[in-house]
Design a protein around this ligand. Structure first.
Ligand code: YNC
Ligand code: MG
Length: 388
């Protein structure tokens, strides 16, 4: 039962397995003059606001809304705590539209009570590169839940995306909606076992002691691959070539150009880290790995407030084994003080997860496309896309 989603141009549950439906856009683009010119109506006590993410004050308002009301795990032990610097990075990529950073305020107090955002991206589906919006950070204040505010916000962001002549979108969610393009799983690699056990993120295994567990997850102090180093601005062209070539094999993947790589992959402190292998002989860039920083607030623990988590982003191995490359990523993440390294089973990640002692998480991450039908759902390993 999906009163809202049943009205939207997305794959519907009743159509699963119907191979007569064509792949591609579900509804055609319409002339821009036919796009609704006025915002959708909100309940009378609320008003729309466009959140200027260049304003430090507004950025703090969005940060605080998310810090207190955004995604929690099923047991409400942890809540994502995206940093302000992260939000600035995530919401202002090349060609971003300020009008896609949409807030809702209480009319009298002006307090920010809800948010949704989009950023433009090119996403390739088989041979088609499609301009899309990546929709993220949908959040309604805890006190305003279950009032059907989310559908209004989704319709409003859709309208503003249409006004830029863009008709497709990609998004991920922990909940099942009509209908996933792929269903992926998070895997977790413990870096700081004592803390993870203390805060209830993980449990001591059967027949395991703390000291055996610490030994199990121990890593070398420094990366082992000769030529492994941090990515620099001068590496953008080589990394773009490496990444484009790698991503070309997936059915649905990001279409990165040099501008995108400069924005999304050049290291930014406490936001995104990227490393590469420069061949000591030829000076070619042969391998690449990256991860982003997304701490979670630990809810109600007397000893710790924050879980420092690294999330695997885009990785390419051509000369080094995937195993050794990602082991080096774990080593630098550990050096930087992360407690856990998370990765989805997308792209070729399965090839290293088990051997590098990642354990499967509970809960799944579903990928969705708006107004684009695929003949059938994809395996996680057919996806070359990571959303933040
Ligand atoms: C969700 N996560 O099914 P039906 S992910 C999409 N994504 O509709 P109400 C969602 N839809 O089933 P609440 C959703 N969660 O009746 C719920 N829904 O058809 C649907 N949580 O609305 C739900 N952030 O306002 C139902 O629910 C309808 O007050 C119910 O608000 C929901 O960012 C929410 O998990 C999620 O803040 C805002 O629970 C609230 O519960 C909340 O009564 C904690 O809504 C934070 C959280 C979601 C993270 C994310 C991706 C969002 C994608 C949105 C869809 C984009 C479509 C493409 C648009 C552009 C198109 C073009 C071109
Ligand atoms: Mg609501």
């Amino acid at each position: 039962q999906h009163r809202f989603w049943e009205t939207q141009p997305v794959g519907q549950f009743k159509d699963i397995g119907d191979t007569s439906l064509p792949e591609g856009p579900i509804e055609p683009a319409t002339p821009l003059s036919e796009v609704k010119q006025e915002p959708y109506n909100l309940p009378a006590a609320y008003e729309w606001t466009t959140c200027d993410m260049k304003s430090d004050y507004v950025c703090s308002e969005v940060y605080n809304l998310l810090k207190n009301n955004y995604v929690e795990d099923d047991e409400n032990m942890f809540r994502f705590n995206y940093s302000k610097e992260f939000l600035t990075w995530a919401l202002r990529p090349p060609g971003y539209y300020p009008s896609w950073h949409i807030g809702v305020r209480a009319k009298t107090s002006k307090k920010l009570v809800a948010f949704i955002s989009g950023v433009p991206a090119r996403i390739r589906v088989r041979d088609d590169v499609v301009k899309m919006a990546e929709i993220n950070f949908l959040c309604v204040h805890k006190k305003l839940r279950s009032k059907r505010l989310a559908p209004v916000m989704i319709k409003e962001v859709t309208r503003r995306v249409h006004l830029e002549n863009i008709w497709q979108a990609a998004y991920t969610a922990g909940v099942v909606l009509p209908t996933p393009v792929a269903t992926c799983q998070y895997w977790h690699r413990t870096l700081n076992p004592k803390k993870l056990i203390d805060v209830g993120f993980s449990r001591l295994g059967a027949r395991m002691t703390m000291s055996r567990t610490i030994k199990l997850y121990k890593l070398p102090d420094v990366p082992v691959t000769p030529g492994f180093r941090k990515m620099e601005p001068c590496d953008v062209p080589a990394v773009t070539r490496l990444l484009r070539n790698y991503l070309s094999q997936f059915l649905v993947a990001t279409d990165f150009d040099e501008n995108d790589v400069e924005h999304w992959l050049l290291p930014r402190e406490d936001v995104v880290d990227s490393y590469l292998v420069e061949s000591p002989e030829t000076h070619d860039v042969t391998d690449f790995c990256s991860f982003y920083t997304l701490p979670s607030t630990i809810l109600g623990n007397p000893n710790y407030t924050t879980l420092k988590a690294a999330y695997s982003y885009y990785n390419v191995a051509t000369r080094t084994t995937f195993l050794q490359l990602m082991n080096d990523a774990l080593i630098v993440a550990k050096q930087k003080g992360f407690d856990v390294f998370n990765a989805l089973d997308v792209m070729h990640n399965e090839s290293f997860l088990k051997e590098l002692k990642f354990g499967p998480g509970d809960g799944q991450l579903h990928y969705y496309l708006y107004n684009y039908r695929l003949r059938s759902a994809l395996k996680p390993s057919e996806l070359g896309l990571v959303l933040l």
